[in-house]
Design a protein around this ligand. Structure first.
Ligand SMILES: [Fe+2]
Length: 189
């Protein structure tokens, strides 16, 4: 199985947009966090989070089929590929089945909302509470590109109360706050 270093190199080769890169690192952190909570293989699950949007910038029409074809050639595990396919089940027809499939979907949209919420707070992630994120979920004009239906579907797949899931995502994003530049000191500078 290719390691994280190779996966990061691939990400940086395929994805130029810094916002998309941050999103992929954020989802990686969230999925890894759930691997720890749920006894998943953290390195393996992490690859699914890190690479799930690999072809989004280069091949938006075919996302995620191009990425999966390439990753398969490179020897990435089928479990990882299945999760990447299932995170866009409306397009691929591959439904989420495994715990990893469900966790990836659950972390994808919601980590985007937590990230966006951090950006509009003076102290960023430093003192954020689930309630701050919940308010933004209810405000449909905020980060309007993030589908609330998808967030809801993700919460259901995770199988926790929404507030608990949000807290988990916050905890996870704290581990990569420097890379995401979402600490108060990053936002104030
Ligand atoms: Fe994503």
């Amino acid at each position: 199985m290719p390691g994280r270093q190779e996966a990061v190199a691939l990400l940086e080769e395929w994805v130029e947009n810094e916002g998309l890169r941050k999103h992929m690192y954020a989802v990686e952190a969230a999925v890894r966090h759930y691997a720890r909570l749920r006894g998943g293989d953290e390195d393996r699950w992490g690859l699914a989070g890190l690479l799930h949007d690999l072809d989004w910038e280069k091949y938006p029409e075919e996302h995620p089929l191009k990425a999966v074809a390439h990753l398969r050639e490179e020897g990435y595990p089928e479990e990882v590929l299945h999760a990447i396919l299932a995170h866009r089940s409306d397009f691929t027809g591959i439904e989420p089945e495994s715990e990893l499939d469900k966790v990836l979907i659950g972390c994808d949209e919601l980590s985007g909302l937590v990230y966006a919420t951090c950006l509009v707070r003076p102290n960023g992630i430093d003192d954020i509470k689930p309630k701050s994120v919940t308010k933004k979920i209810k405000d449909k004009t905020f980060a309007a590109g993030v589908s609330r239906d998808a967030v809801q579907k993700g919460v259901e797949l995770i199988g926790l109360e929404r507030v608990e899931h949000i807290q988990n995502i916050i905890d996870a994003l704290r581990t990569v706050a420097v890379r995401l530049q979402i600490r108060g000191e990053d936002l104030r500078s």
